[in-house]
Ligand binder design. Structure first.
Ligand code: HEC
Length: 407
């Protein structure tokens, strides 16, 4: 597997170069073929720059040499520990439109540069740091909905989850094929999930709370979108979430500060861009697959049998125990197995829905099997669920029945 080769090469390079460095008078000699200006900047811009940019959610920009080089050791630890960047689906085990691991050659570049004296490169090639994008990633949406009033995150609040109800004012049934988000205050909007509510309970809760939005939670069902900075957003071609006439959308926004923004006040008024299908498309259904409540073994394995022919579109796992790995496989009625998703070091801070590159057809009688490898003594952590589940490990499965094709 390319990733594994990368690791070994990277680790050997790291040991050699690290050894060279420590044998001199504390100064690491330049032993990296890669320089910031020529090689690392484009990697940091593409893989880290959605958050590590001035005014972004991360505590420091990596988009100038002066800002990046004090962090070289920490960058090395974060990428080796698979904590950064936060998207993780292992290549070669299921194919996805979004959420890939850092490619092996980019990981190698970062490791060689950080242990090889982190050279800047030719001064006349110093890149100009980009400005944060202020445009919709998916193009102009069908509906551009702004949260009704600015919400204040006061200086004393480090982290808060807030729900906002927004009316779609649609008088006919439609299908949502994609959701885009433009955060109002990008330094503190960590992630946003979006729900459909046709019961009126969210707008009633919003109206009852004197401040913008509400925090009592609500029986949200399952999110139709999960957004955080830099995720590749998906717009489906021939499938969508049913949006009944008169329904509201509900945005669940997680605001979180870092040690840089701690103690500052922010106001946020995020915008939600909704893409609607022009004609009827296949309706996406969700199922939640829950693990048993009691975790007694190092390996937690559970499955769910599907009594219908379905086309899988995406998977959104949540892991509320310390786990080193999460694997999802499809088991066909003849017993053969299909790899669906493999995540190492799952991180509850960055919930991700992984969209299949091409839809997976599973005939009636197939099962979806989840295996989580837990760390010893793994106690359940209080990880709020985006789909109201309390199981230690849970998986939201999005599918259509019938021969749908997403793209
Ligand atoms: C989706 C946003 C996002 C992306 C993409 C991202 N980071 Fe981060 N990073 C963060 C946040 C937020 C933190 C602060 C820790 C926290 O609150 O989770 C962080 C922390 C870090 C830290 C540790 C800083 C400290 O305080 O010790 C390093 C190093 C780092 N990131 C490197 C990277 C690198 C290198 C990449 C790209 C390969 C990357 N990150 C991609 C959001 C991101």
């Amino acid at each position: 597997m390319p990733r594994r080769t990368g690791w070994i090469v990277g680790l050997i390079a790291g040991v050699l170069l690290g050894g060279l460095g420590s044998s001199t008078s504390g100064h690491t000699p330049i032993a990296s073929r890669f320089t910031y200006n020529e090689h690392l900047f484009p990697v940091f811009e593409r893989q880290c720059g959605s958050c590590h940019i001035d005014g972004g959610v991360a505590p420091m920009s990596l988009l100038t040499y002066q800002e990046a080089f004090p962090w070289t050791q920490s960058i090395r630890e974060e990428v080796l520990g698979l904590r950064m960047p936060p998207w993780k689906a292992e290549d070669g085990f299921g194919e996805f439109l979004n959420g890939h691991v850092l490619p092996a050659h980019e990981l190698d570049m970062i490791l060689e540069w950080s242990s090889g004296g982190y050279p800047q490169g030719p001064r006349d090639q110093s890149p100009t740091p980009p400005s944060p994008s202020e445009t919709w990633a998916l193009g102009a949406p069908s509906l551009d909905l702004t949260l009704s009033e600015p919400f204040l995150i006061d200086a004393g609040t480090s982290e808060v989850i807030r729900y906002f109800s927004v009316s779609t004012e649609l008088d006919i049934d439609r299908w949502v094929t994609g959701i885009d988000v433009l955060p109002g205050s990008r330094a503190v909007v960590r992630h946003v999930s979006v729900y459909i509510d046709d019961t009126g309970q969210a707008s009633a809760a919003d109206a009852a709370d004197p401040s913008p939005g509400f925090d009592t939670g609500f029986d949200a069902g399952s999110p139709i979108a999960v957004w955080w900075p830099g995720q590749d957003l998906i717009k489906l071609d021939s499938a969508g979430y049913a949006l009944p006439a008169g329904a509201d959308l509900v945005a669940r926004v997680v605001y979180k500060k870092t040690w840089i923004t701690e103690g500052q006040a922010f106001t946020d008024q995020t915008r939600i861009g909704v893409h609607l299908a022009d004609e009827a498309v296949d309706t996406i259904t969700h199922t939640v697959v829950n693990s048993p409540d009691q975790v007694t073994t190092r390996e937690l394995r559970f499955s769910y049998t599907i009594n219908d022919s379905v086309t899988l579109l995406g998977l959104l796992p949540e892991v509320a125990v310390a786990a080193s790995e999460l694997q999802v496989e499809g088991i066909l009625p003849d017993g053969s197995r299909e790899p669906l998703l493999l995540i190492r070091e799952p991180d509850p801070d960055w919930p991700t829905r992984y969209w299949f590159d091409s839809p997976h057809a599973l005939p009636s009688g197939s099962a979806i099997e989840v295996t989580a490898t837990l760390r010893g003594g793994a106690d359940q952590q209080a990880v709020p669920s985006l789909f109201s589940s309390t199981a230690p490990v849970r998986l939201l499965v999005d599918y259509t029945t019938g021969a749908a094709a997403a793209n």
